[in-house]
Design a protein around this ligand. Structure first.
Ligand code: AHG
Ligand code: MN
Ligand code: MN
Length: 336
């Protein structure tokens, strides 16, 4: 089969549907896709290049960074920093925002990314990935400023993620559906695999780290015992799946349906995941695929305005039916 629908051709075709579009968005996404291809290559060969170890540095998340985290970070800082389109970068691995040369030319866009998600799984052949969120800087204020990142996810220009697994997946949305591509290493191109992904209205998989159950709030405890009840009339019990790489758990959820939860707990009072470059981009994708994304309360993640580039957020995402069941376990436990 001749792969006619490569990522760059697909993005350009999508842009042509909008008269007057400048083609800049396709260049943005192509630069991210190039970064993902390079990281995919690094991840594949990391084992024998001694990249599994720790770098000796501790990042602002108070987590020990691995050499592979830093390699992936370096790739994206280089590629996105030199693309000419992004004035400022935020990376999970960089304590503060990074100003690029393009900032002086008033570059219109800013990008936040998790260069390598799932670091705890590095060294075992479990999928890891990259997550990104693209905003336009606020108009009329000159070069981009750090508070240009303090916009709700409803203002996103584009968001996406990749999964480095048995294949390299690239999933993105510009607000007109969620599109899925697979890297064909023989031609070095991402080829369209699924257009306009839609999550099932209900699934039968729940995904949460049950090792944290002693720290959970009542609502989470109620919900997890509900999905483990033997009650065929309500479609329970569900299967449990937890990879420990957000991108892998999320990618399974959006394709098969069900629910992923990293809720607030006494161990992680604001949740463990990061709002700007994990929760917001993936919530944008989930809503574009017809699912729901809340912060563990009824609050829609996309309505949250970040106040710090590294702030954390609780995350409950997935099929509408399942997220609503979670919320009724939190707010109306008797009904659940
Ligand atoms: P990162 O590797 O970018 O720090 O992200 C790790 C996150 C996420 O990938 C995953 O869902 C979560 O950590 C797993 O946390 P637990 O090990 O506490 O379950
Ligand atoms: Mn992560
Ligand atoms: Mn990471």
């Amino acid at each position: 089969m001749i792969p006619t629908h490569t990522l760059s051709r697909f993005i350009r075709a999508q842009e042509r549907l909008h008269p007057g579009s400048t083609g800049e968005l396709s260049e943005l996404l192509s630069s991210i896709a190039l970064g993902v291809k390079l990281i995919s290559q690094i991840v594949t060969t990391a084992g024998f290049k001694g990249l599994y170890g720790y770098s000796g540095r501790t990042n602002i998340q108070d987590e020990q960074t691995r050499l592979l985290d830093e390699e992936a970070d370096q790739v994206l800082v280089e590629i996105l920093g030199s693309s000419g389109h992004f004035g400022l970068l935020v990376s999970e691995e960089q304590d503060s925002v990074i100003a690029t040369d393009a900032r002086q030319e008033n570059a219109k866009y800013i990008v936040a990314f998790d260069p390598l998600d799932g670091s705890s799984n590095i060294g075992s052949n479990i999928p890891v990935g990259t997550i990104f969120a693209i905003y336009k800087k606020l108009d009329g204020r000159g070069p981009a400023k750090v508070d240009d990142f303090f916009q709700p996810g409803t203002q996103l220009v584009a968001a996406g993620y990749s999964v480095y697994g048995a294949k390299t997946t690239f999933v993105y949305s510009t607000g007109e559906g969620v599109h899925d591509f697979t890297l064909d290493p023989s031609i070095g191109e991402f080829v369209l695999t699924e257009k306009s992904i839609k999550i099932p209205e209900r699934g039968n998989i729940f995904s949460i780290n049950e090792g944290n159950s002693p720290y959970w709030e009542e609502g989470t405890k109620n919900y997890v015992s509900l999905v483990k009840t033997l009650d065929k009339s309500r479609g329970y019990p569900y299967s449990s799946r937890y990879v420990g790489s957000l991108v892998a758990d999320f990618d399974r959820t959006i394709r098969k349906g069900g629910i992923f939860l990293y809720p607030a707990s006494t161990k992680h009072p604001k949740g463990r995941l990061r709002l700007l470059y994990e929760c917001i981009p993936l919530s944008f994708i989930m809503e574009q695929a017809g699912g729901m994304a809340v912060d563990g309360t009824e609050k829609r993640v996309l309505d949250i305005v970040p106040e710090d580039i590294h702030e954390r957020c609780a995350l409950v995402v997935g099929s509408r039916h399942d997220v609503k069941e979670y919320l009724s376990s939190v707010y109306d436990p008797k009904k659940a």
